[in-house]
Structure formats: structure tokens, C-alpha cells
Design a protein around this ligand. Structure first.
Ligand SMILES: [Zn+2]
Length: 98
């Protein structure tokens, strides 16, 4: 694992808070793939809930936005640094839909 990948993983894990498990994989084109897994939730298929987004900073932001919305919807009492960016995440969501 490269230093920058490990550093990104630590940064993402710190922002995502204690409920999240963050992993950064490399895809076939050697680009980063961010995966944020919820340690508290499982989906209907009995898999952990996770957000999975490719890309460098774009992927980081997109995965973190998904995770932030998950926290707000499923774990309203949870605390995480990324919740500070909720308004920005909502703006990005509207921008993507618009
Ligand atoms: Zn969850």
C-alpha cells in the first residue's frame, strides 16, 4: 500500500467516525476505489451496508456524502466529523440531480 493511499484511508476513517470502516482498493486501472462500510447495519441480503465509489478526490467525496446521508437517516444519534459537511453534501446531491 502506498503512503498516500494509507494516509487517505486514515483521513477518510477519521472523518467517517467510529461506526464506519473505510477501505481504499485499487481497481483494474489502478485508480482508487473508496469503500465505506457500516459496522452496525446489514442490508436485506445480509451484507454490511456499504458505499463504494471509484476515483481520487471525487470518489472520496462521493463515498463520504453517501455515508453522511446514511448516518443521518439510520444513526441520527451518531457523531462523526463528516456530519459537519452535511449541508455541502446536500448541495452536491442537488447539483448532481439538477
Ligand atoms: Zn448503518
Amino acid at each position: 500500500m502506498t503512503a498516500s493511499r494509507a494516509a487517505r484511508e486514515r483521513r477518510a476513517a477519521a472523518e467517517a467516525g467510529p461506526l464506519a470502516r473505510v477501505r481504499i482498493d485499487l481497481d483494474a486501472e489502478q485508480q482508487f476505489v473508496y469503500k465505506i462500510t457500516c459496522t452496525a447495519c446489514t442490508t436485506k441480503k445480509d451484507r454490511p451496508w456499504s458505499a463504494y465509489r471509484p476515483g481520487d478526490d471525487n470518489g472520496f467525496m462521493a463515498a463520504m456524502d453517501r455515508w453522511t446521508f446514511h448516518l443521518v437517516e439510520q444513526h441520527p444519534d451518531a457523531e462523526a466529523p463528516c456530519l459537519a459537511y452535511l449541508p455541502a453534501a446536500q448541495e452536491r446531491l442537488h447539483a448532481r440531480r439538477g
